[in-house]
Design a protein around this ligand. Structure first.
Ligand code: SF4
Length: 286
């Protein structure tokens, strides 16, 4: 992967971005890779030499790495930080690095730090639930420790004290409890993910098409309908349903503007491989 510096950031930042912070050790899959869409993983592997990322777009991941370094300094009794666990399943080694394990009352509470947005904290995040449950499976099956609870510690980078929307986080640090799955279900889930990646690799190696990314994997946003009136700068109201929008537009003597949803991971190239992805490129030309 090439690191670019389009905004003339200091060289030290570029060096920092270029350094490999994250290692999956001897594992074939890190938990993050296992959970990522097979299409993205295969394309990243294929176009590794050509994938570019700018330092500016790596700010939050660099701060995430910095947090891990800082955490090492905050060693506290009964708290294990940054432990990497390895587990072999069906001949494949999976590894996961767990931010924090707090040993308490004979069990363990797992916490994962996330630099994230207020919006993400307010939305459903199934990937957080998956990741934490796979960590729990690692801790229970590798170390034999009972896990009592899972938490995300969200560090909200765009927190505003003035935002009073319902459900808006009360502070820039938010502890979010994550539901625990049955251990057997988690192992089945891990196997399904492994199979999905294996099938994609076989298909790719034989020149077959890759499985498509799902709307969730593409961060597909919903189409919304804004009711507007001539001469007014902002929308009167925004709806998810065209019927409701039409009804208000009639009442207000306005009109409805359709704002189509978009696959944000593709359009923003957050997967890094949008340029070589036939699924996304094919849609752009139709
Ligand atoms: S461009 Fe979109 S569909 Fe293609 S790999 Fe990236 S996220 Fe998936």
């Amino acid at each position: 992967m090439k690191i670019t510096n389009k905004h003339q950031a200091p060289e030290t930042l570029v060096a920092l971005a270029s350094r490999e912070y994250y290692t999956k050790g001897a594992a074939q899959y890190s938990v993050t890779e296992l959970l990522s869409p097979p299409r993205i993983r295969r394309l990243r592997e294929q176009f590794h030499e050509r994938v570019e990322q700018d330092v500016a777009d790596m700010l939050w991941s660099m701060l995430g790495s910095a947090l891990h370094v800082v955490m090492e300094r905050g060693q506290t009794e009964g708290h294990i930080t940054e432990e990497r666990l390895f587990k072999e399943i069906d001949g494949v080694t999976i590894s996961g690095q767990i931010d924090l394990q707090h040993e308490r009352d004979g069990g363990v509470v797992i916490t994962d730090y996330k630099f994230t947005s207020a919006w993400a904290v307010m939305a459903d995040k199934p990937d957080w639930e998956q990741q934490l449950n796979v960590y729990r499976w690692l801790v229970e099956t590798v170390k034999g420790n009972r896990v009592d609870a899972l938490n995300i510690c969200a560090l909200i980078r765009d927190f505003s004290r003035h935002d009073t929307r319902e459900g808006y986080p009360a502070a820039p640090i938010q502890m979010i409890p994550i539901p625990m799955w049955d251990l057997k279900e988690t192992e089945d889930f891990v196997r399904r993910r492994l199979n999905a990646h294996r099938d994609a690799k076989v298909a790719h190696d034989f020149g077959d098409s890759l499985p498509e990314c799902s709307p969730e994997e593409r961060w597909q946003s919903e189409t919304i309908y804004a009711v507007r009136r001539e001469g007014r700068k902002t929308a009167i109201r925004v709806f998810k349903s065209i019927e409701e929008a039409n009804e208000l537009a009639l009442k207000e003597k306005g009109y409805v503007e359709t704002r189509p949803g978009e696959p944000k991971r593709c359009t923003g190239n957050y997967c890094g491989v949008a340029d070589w992805c036939s699924q996304f490129q094919g849609e752009r030309t139709t």
